[in-house]
Design a binder for this molecule. Structure first.
Ligand code: F6R
Length: 243
């Protein structure tokens, strides 16, 4: 695991965006896997600028997203499809047909089964970005999820629903109870992974991920066995390391 500890969020997202830009420059038809939530927003803002400045093009890029809430369709402002269109896809030169977000409506078991097959058909993921939950989740793989899991549906932890209530006017009752997510095995098959974490509320999860036992109690701890993971964090998120 490579650790990059930076002074603030804007430095973190600039470093992450440069990793994406290098990937796309070296392989213009890269397959990327993208995350939602508050953490990657600045990365996407930097990527939009790089497209505007003609430093990179998403013309031949394919993307897959990590997860989606069950029951929210693309028009719901808190659906992850809406988030991705709004925060990235609508502002870059990507072919929207080449962007996949698992659908939260329909037969989710079928959708899950087809998702990993679609990733394989695209040639596998070259670069994948993760945030981390305060409970150590990656994507929506909550503690206890088997490391061998593929894309699947799940019940969200109450802690995750509480953490995410801020996106639903602070009302936990509005936060969906279930979701569809790429599994842990679907994630660690990516060739290169970057995980971003900022803020004190992520410090415990970061410490357990980097220095703890590899255990399904901390889903992100599996990243210790991946050959190409970079964790990009600020001093607050890194503040428990070494204790
Ligand atoms: C989002 C996702 C989640 C978030 C995590 C952190 O697609 O998969 O695992 O990355 O919950 O969320 P934020 O960035 O909002 O703190």
């Amino acid at each position: 695991m490579k650790l990059e500890i930076l002074n603030n969020y804007s430095e973190m997202v600039a470093v992450a965006a440069d990793i994406f830009a290098k990937q796309i420059s070296e392989k213009p038809d890269s397959v990327l896997c993208l995350a939602t939530g508050s953490t990657p927003v600045g990365v996407y803002q930097n990527l939009i600028k790089k497209v505007e400045n003609k430093e990179i093009s998403f013309k031949d890029v394919k993307t897959f997203n990590l997860d989606e809430y069950q029951g929210l369709d693309a028009n719901h402002p808190e659906s992850y499809r809406y988030f991705m269109n709004d925060n990235l896809f609508n502002h870059i030169d990507i072919n929207i047909d080449n962007t996949k977000v698992p659908s939260g409506v329909g037969n989710l078991d079928e959708i899950a089964k087809e998702y990993d097959a679609a990733i394989d058909a695209a040639g596998g993921i070259d670069l994948l970005i993760l945030g981390i939950g305060s409970n150590g989740h990656i994507a929506f793989n909550e503690p206890g999820t088997p490391f061998g899991s593929y894309t699947h549906t799940l019940k969200l932890d109450e802690r995750t629903r509480m953490d995410n209530a801020r996106f639903f006017d602070g009302n936990i009752d509005e936060v969906p109870t279930h979701a569809i997510t790429m599994g842990i095995y679907s994630i660690i098959r990516a060739k290169k992974i970057i995980l971003l974490a900022n803020g004190k509320h992520k410090a415990r999860a970061v410490k357990e991920t980097v220095q703890g036992e590899i255990t399904t109690d901390v889903p992100a701890s599996i990243l210790q066995v991946h050959p190409d993971v970079t964790i990009i964090m600020d001093h607050d998120a890194a503040s428990f390391l070494g204790d």
